[in-house]
Write a protein that binds this ligand. Structure first.
Ligand SMILES: [Mn+2]
Length: 304
């Protein structure tokens, strides 16, 4: 059992163009996250939400201010610094940081804060996408498709320099699970940097049990802490319809619970974030409810 979980909401939708994912933290709270986790830890503290700046690009029709800029770069940078400071303090005080998104660009701040405490931070990136685009490879220019590259020190220097210069995570300490929509530039970067990826092909072929066993063994021997970054779009859209970038053929509801249960048994996870819940696109808050149910398994809920 975890002694203390500290929760922070990051109502940020600036990393992509669809509105609504800024309401993710509210939707997750409405789905009962506090009540659900109360019985699973000694103490849960909800620090509320980080204040997020305005969109910078409304007048330009969603385009960045200049060629060199990325969309909403300034607002994302300042939110990321606030989040990094918050996560840093949580770890320093002995809490388990639990971050509620928000689009996936929030991971830039989360990982930067965690990196202050771990020399060899491990990351499980549970996602339909790899989020390792750069300005050069990204078809959309949206920062939510870049956070894992940024955290490896690859990308716009304003972002890679957040809360400390350079890489926060080493490529060999990353495991991506659930990938099924990768851009060409991302495929190249994954190969060049030797990032471990379990696409849907491996999940279908080997089964989630074997994949989690391998992931746990791989990260246990090389890391001193492991962050779970769970994008709800890793799940099949039938199970998690309320996401901005759904991709057919995803991980099932039950496979995801199994993954969380195995992570809980492993005692490996030291922080987590649940991102990309978009209540506007959802059906009666099902996706937030799925997020909360998965948190239940991650923190030790058992079926019997
Ligand atoms: Mn993502």
């Amino acid at each position: 059992m975890f002694k203390k979980i500290s929760m922070i909401g990051v109502p940020m939708d600036l990393g992509q163009l669809r509105r609504g994912v800024d309401m993710g933290p509210s939707a997750i709270r409405c789905a009962g996250v506090n009540e659900r986790l109360e019985s699973l830890c000694d103490d849960i503290e909800d620090l509320g939400d980080i204040t997020i700046g305005q969109r910078e690009d409304e007048k330009e029709g969603g385009q960045p201010a200049s060629e060199e800029e990325l969309r909403n770069l300034k607002a994302i940078t300042s939110a990321s610094v606030k989040l990094a400071q918050t996560v840093d303090k949580m770890v320093a005080s002995g809490s388990f940081p639990l971050v509620l998104g928000g689009d996936h660009s929030i991971a830039i701040g989360t990982l930067a804060g965690l990196a202050k405490h771990y020399q060899n931070l491990g990351v499980i990136w549970y996602d339909a996408h790899a989020d390792v685009n750069t300005k050069e490879t990204s078809p959309s220019g949206n920062i939510h498709g870049m956070p894992l590259a940024i955290s490896m020190g690859i990308g716009h220097e304003r972002l890679t320099g957040i809360y400390g210069d350079g890489a926060k995570v080493k490529p060999e300490n990353i495991v991506i699970i659930g990938a099924r929509s990768l851009d060409d530039g991302e495929k190249k970067l994954i190969r060049d940097r030797g990032i471990k990826v379990y696409t849907m092909h491996e999940i279908d072929r080997l089964g989630m049990t074997r994949i989690m066993e391998e992931t746990i063994e791989y990260l246990r021997e090389r890391t001193d802490g492991v962050h779970l970054s769970l994008d709800l779009d890793a799940l099949d859209p039938n199970d998690a319809p309320g996401v901005g970038t759904p991709v057919a053929g995803g991980i099932s509801y039950r496979e995801s619970h199994l993954a969380m249960e195995m992570l809980e048994e492993s005692n490996l996870i030291t922080s987590a974030e649940f991102v990309e819940v978009n209540p506007i696109l959802d059906e009666k808050n099902r996706t937030a409810e799925t997020a909360v149910a998965l948190m239940g398994s991650l923190f030790g809920e058992k079926l019997l």
